[in-house]
Structure formats: structure tokens, C-alpha cells
Write a protein that binds this ligand. Sequence first.
Ligand code: DGJ
Length: 737
Amino acid sequence: MGIRFDGEKRIFHLQTPNSSYVIRLIRGVPAHLYWGRKIRGVALERLLRTVERPSFSPQPFPREDRTLSFDTLPQEYPGYGTGDFRHPAYQVQLADGTTAVELSYDSHRIVRGKPPLEGLPATYVEADDEAETLELVLVNRYAGLKAVLSYTVFERHDAIARSVRFVNESDKDMRLLRAFSASVDLPDSRYDLLHLSGAWARERHIERRRLAPGMQGIESRRGASGHQHNPFLALLAPGADEDHGDVYAFNLVYSGSFAAQAEVEQFGTTRVTIGLNPFDFSWLLEPGASFQTPEAILVYSPEGLGGMSRTFHRLYRTRLCRGVHRDRPRPVLLNNWEATYFNFDETKLLQLAEAARSLGIELFVLDDGWFGKRDSDTSSLGDWKVDERKLPGGLRRLGERLNEMGLQFGLWVEPEMVSPDSDLYRKHPDWCLHVPGRRRTEARNQLVLDFSREDVCDAVADMICDVLRSAPIRYVKWDMNRNMTEIGSAALPPERQRETAHRYMLGLYRVLERITREFPDVLFESCSGGGGRFDPGMLYYMPQTWTSDNTDAVSRLKIQYGTSLVYPVSSMGAHVSAVPNHQVGRVTPLDMRAHVAMSGNFGYELDATALSEEEKARVREHIRLYKEIRPLVQFGDFYRLLSPFEGNETAWMFVSEDRTEAAVFYFRVLAEANGPLRRVRLKGLDPEANYAVVPAAEGADGGTEAVWGGDQLMYAGLPIELRQGDFGSRLWRLRRV
Ligand code: DGJ
């Protein structure tokens, strides 16, 4: 691991445990030479070839070198206006209105560790010897613009963290029109583009297609990362799949509007950029001011998507998520939302809680409807005072009663929003995002509070802190249920209106920093109508996210499988809900619902008082089992075995770091008449070791134990035996013997 600089050849060689990333200064411009499997670094200078192209690729130094054109040079952070016609990583408008700005090398430093990103979520280190950071300082002296490109390589992770800080060193204003976090010019175009797309209740489905000439990519213009696209994109070399081949992945540590693009240009190379969406964005940089982009995480895997995912998982689980809950087993919870919706009182909640406790549940979460006069979604957001009609003794009494039962108390809030029908809105109608004189477009009967304003952020944070102090609250579900419209702020001058959406995110991050610091013992789970803001930015503050409002076990196979491409299983909330399922109307067996949900942060979201005795016994058994495998699920390595996007079957498994324990989950959606006798090949085991395999949760007895070779399980496979019927599922536990 480390960063080497060859001063003579002007080459930076960045190394992670298994990958290399090489930059060379060509006439002061940082050129991208290589990213891939680790190489030793002999003759790196020979990696870059330039030839003279026809006159449509301009030559900045025609008398010295006619082969050099910015239009063809693979670059690290390309600009616009001086001969590169591909899409730029940044664009700056100077005081004279012009935009032709070029940046070139000024200096660099290599530091141990990883400096934090001011005001933004980012991966971190706990000791300086865990990482090394290159800061490459680029300048344009005419414009007085400085950009510091930052690259961190980790000692234990095959990942590179990139970000950029712009500084206006001139005495005039300038305007940033785009400021991507990372750009890489890959030397080929024969890649597949893979990303995660969907909609509310159908989040993060895997999409894969061949790259074609021109621009392609994904973005959000919603002021949130969104259900529709995740800020993640990967390029797969020909033949790359789950277990093999080169994968180049990009993920943005940000929760607002983003863009991730791949441009295949005329000579068969591909430029990938990821960062803040330049659409409807600009940022006024006054003399002396600076602008920090969010962080992008770049992962190269020679072991296909599986290797990529395990790198993201380990990095995010250990060096993105923070706080005491990062390494603690997460509680099994019961959430009252699908059990009662808005229709509850203290008696009903305590009945639910008692039923939950008797099943082995550890945390009771009170969802929406406990404050103001919120009997439906038409009012009260912003009025964070308990509704004494429903909870006469307030949150404290409820919390204490739950604690007496032996349950922890968790609470839902939606702090970023305001209902037009609320005291807060009547008092402060200018506190929401809006454009004077225009309609204030509602969604779910609510408006977005203007978190670009410090006073609004402080007031909201005060209210939420008061709530958290008012009762023994140990868990918070932080929800956010609409996207931004009329993105304007009453507190910003006209020339800064297009900063509002990004300032909102900075305000939100400030609030989250404050609240999570003030309540270090509280476990926070973020949510946005399910998975509408499932991104690394939120995971920095809150180590888990409500994966989707869709709790149907079959739908969840795809949602959780897709999510697992990037995000660790310990970040995914997953609940067993009632049947027929409230989102899709499907009836699936309790076992399947439990098996899907225990492949995440396990919980229930149903009326536990309405379960039959038989169901209760089953649920008790599921919870007991989950508690046993919980460390494996939350901290083990995750391997995908069969994809729900490719057929009727899904399988995945968890393996402990020392490979002594594993849990294998298998799902078959529809029964097949006279079907094949299947074996599923396992992964991640020690081929030299033997494993005792116990089918679990098939019956309360847990099944009989048999001993298998790790090699046999991986190379020949585990035979799948399943009862007749649709929606079959199975769990096996493996223990090294
Ligand atoms: C959307 C969330 O995703 C649900 O789980 C629930 O909390 C509702 N909001 C409550 O309004």
C-alpha cells in the first residue's frame, strides 16, 4: 500500500493491497495512465501513447509536440474550453464571463492518513497508518483558480477515495458551473455499464447493458439521491460476471442530486465522471472562498462483482459508518407502521409491545402519527410535540413502560418536512423551499423545509433534540418523504439561488452531525419512503437504512440483492410483514418472509397480537435463530450465489472472516413440476476444511447434521431439497469441524 512519486518521470503510483492507479504529469496536466491489477511499476512511462490526430483534435503546443491534444489525452480532471471536447469534470465562469479555464500542476504533497472533508460525509481512518493521501495542487494563474485533487489509498481496502477542493485565489468573483468529484479516462470502450435503478417500492434493480458511443449515465435532479437511481455506476470488462473479470466501480458519498456518466469517445476510450449534478447548479466563489466536492469511492475488482461488493462492504461497514452501533449487533425490532398506520393509542401500542416482547423482540419502534394532530398524512409535520390524545403520559411514560417490559424504545421522525397544516408553517411560512409568487407544490401534503438556512436547521435540530431528551429513546428512524420542487431559498440572494439544493445537503449533514454527536448511544436508521436515500452519505451518520417500503418477500429478493452490490447487509433494514402483503397483495409463507428479512437487520412490521399460536411459535424460532446467526449476517462476508434477476431461484450466503461459520439462504419463487435436482455451489469457504451442515428453521428441531468438505461444497455444490409449493426457502448453517 502507498503512494510513490517518481520525480524524474513525474509519475505517481498509487497502490492499494491489490490494485495500482497511475498518474503522470504531461506538461503539467495530470494524465491518467492506468487503473487495474497491482503492477510493480517498471516502465510506467511507456503506458501512454500519443499520435497526431487530424486537425479536429486541437494541439495546445503545436511547435513542441503535435501529438499532444487535450481531446485525446487521458486525464485525471479535465476542463473545458481548450481543446478537450469530451464532457469536462469542472467548469468555471470567470468574472469576465468566459469559461476557457485550464488547470495544471503546481505542487503536491503525500500525507499519512486521510484528512477529513469539511462539512461532508466521507470515509475515514482511525490511525494514520491505515491510509495515505496524495494532494495534487493544480492552478490556473491567469484566473487565480486553484484545485486540490485528493486521492486516498487504504492499507486494507482495494478502494481509492477521491475529492476536489476549489479555491478562488483571485480578487474577483468566479462561478463554479460544474465540479465533479472524480473523472477517469479508461483506455477502452468494450465495457458493460451496470447501475441500480427503480422506483418507490422497487428500488435498486440491477441494469446492465453494453456501452455505446456517446454519453450514457444516470442522475438525480430530485434533491435526493432517489429511488430511481443510486449514485453508483460500474463498468465491466468483457466476460466479467459475479465471480470473474475486471470491474471498475464508482460510488458517490452524497445524498442529493448527482450525476454518474460514461462517455465513449471517438477513439474508443471511455470517460467516467461522478459527482454533484451540474444540472441547475452553480456556486459563487468569492475571493478567498473555497468549495469542497463530495467524495467518490473508486473500487477496482479483478474478481467480478462479488469482489467489488465485498470491498465496498468492508470499507463502508468499518470506515464509513461510525458510532458505537457500527460494531454492535443490531436489535431485532417491531415497528408499528404496517400494524396500525396512524390508528393507535397507548393501550394498543403496549399490547403490540407485549406480544413483541414475548416473541423475543428487543426494540419497539413507534412510527408516524405520535405528534401534533397527525391522524393522517395531511397535517402536523413540524409540530414535534407528543399527541396526548393518543399518548396521555407522553413519550416518557410509553418509553418507561416499554423499558419495564424489557424492550428498548425507538421513535420515527421526519424533521426535514413541514405540513402546510401545522403550527410551524403558520408561524414560519418562509421556512420552506419556495420561489416567491409561485405555487408551493405539495407531495404527500407536505413541503420541504429550507435546510440551506442555518436558522431553520438550528430550530429543527433543537426541536428534535428536545424530543430525544424527553424520553428514553434508543433508536430513531429518520424519514424523508418527498423530493424538492421550487428549489429556492428566502435567505439567499439571486446570484446564489442555484446553490440552494447543495446548501440544503450541507445543512442536513450539519444537523445530522450535531444530533448524532449529542445522542451517541442512539441507533439511527435513515429512510426516505423506504430506500429513496440509500446512499453512503446517509450511512456516514446512520449505520442503517430502511431498504424499501416494499416488505413483500419476493420483491425484496431483488431489492436486497441489488442493494448488496454496494451496501453492506448490516446497513439494510428488513422486516417480516403480514400477508396478504400491503404493497403487492402477495401471500408468502412465514418462513420465506423470515429468511429474506433475516438477511438484513431483522425486524417485524405487523400486528403481533393477531398471530396464531402456531405462527407465534414459528416467529419465536425465527428470532432465536436470527440471534444466533446475527454476528455472521452483520459482520461476515456476503456472497451472492444465484441471482433473482436471472431466474426463479435466489441464493446468498454469509461467511465469518475466519471461515469457521457460514449461513446459506436459498429461495425458489415458484414451484416447478418435475424440476431438476439442484446443487448450489457455495463460496468463500476454506476448501481444506470440513463443515458440519445443519438445515435450520425447516422444523423447530433444526434438522440433522452432516459433514461436508469445503471443497466439495464450493466445487460440487450443496444439494437443495425443498418441499413442494411456491415460495420455498431454506437456510443451512455451516460450522467448521
Ligand atoms: C415512509 C416510510 O418508509 C414508512 O416506513 C413509514 O415510516 C411512513 N413513511 C410513515 O409515514
